[in-house]
Design a protein around this ligand. Structure first.
Ligand code: HEC
Length: 195
């Protein structure tokens, strides 16, 4: 009788030890490296950070998406809001002042680096083509790629729809807005001029 009680007690003890050990091993297996209990925020941050290289890869994609086909239907009012990325440095008013950057009234189709009273870098002054929609698109997407050495300290607007909105609004900041691109111009841009 007492032997049976002892066996039952021993069996219970063994089961307990096994359960504890299994629990310990289980913890070791499911705990990711670098993770400490009570640091859930830290763990989430690690996961977020691992997305960063993918984003950087998108930014480095060659070529800038063309905007010509988007201009006619672009939301001009949204474009005015996009221009908040610019107004710390640029006025967009008739007779407006030069700030850190030149006044941008009448800028669409204007020659480069010609706003009176502004001292440009050689980077812009050396590019012959006027500021057509295509050139504005490239410059605003990535100023330093389009005009290496430019003193415009702006990182670039990567979203093609945002650029289309902004440039559609910039078009209206003029004595007489430039004509929208023709069908031929849109097709030519789609056919390879996207770099
Ligand atoms: C931190 C200040 C700063 C910001 C922000 C900035 N710019 Fe500029 N921008 C400049 C400077 C400085 C120049 C002159 C560049 C040079 O001489 O190389 C310039 C030049 C330009 C020119 C050429 C003008 C000409 O007469 O040839 C355009 C177009 C332009 N910026 C558009 C924009 C737009 C659009 C934005 C907003 C998306 C913007 N910039 C944001 C400082 C800025």
């Amino acid at each position: 009788m007492s032997l049976t009680v002892n066996k039952i007690a021993a069996a219970g003890l063994t089961a307990g030890v096994i359960a504890m050990t299994a629990g310990l091993i289980g913890n070791l297996i499911i705990t990711p490296p670098g993770y400490h209990h009570g640091e859930e925020d830290h763990f989430a941050y690690v996961i977020e950070g691992s997305d960063a290289p993918a984003e950087a890869a998108v930014v480095e994609e060659p070529g800038v998406e063309p905007i010509l086909a988007l201009l006619a239907d672009a939301d001009v009012e949204a474009g005015e809001r996009r221009a908040r990325a610019c107004t710390a440095c640029h006025a967009f008013e008739a007779g407006g002042p030069n700030k850190v950057g030149p006044n941008l009234w009448n800028i669409v189709n204007a020659p480069k680096a010609q706003v009176p009273g502004f001292s440009y870098s050689d980077a812009l002054a050396g590019i012959a083509e006027p500021w057509g929609y295509h050139e504005l698109n490239l410059f605003i997407a990535d100023p330093k790629d389009y005009a290496p050495g430019t003193k415009m300290s702006y990182g670039g607007m990567r979203n093609v729809n945002h650029r289309a909105e902004l440039i559609a609004w910039m078009r209206t900041r003029a004595d007489s807005p430039a004509p929208l691109p023709t069908e031929e111009e849109i097709n030519a841009a789609a056919g390879g001029a996207s770099e």
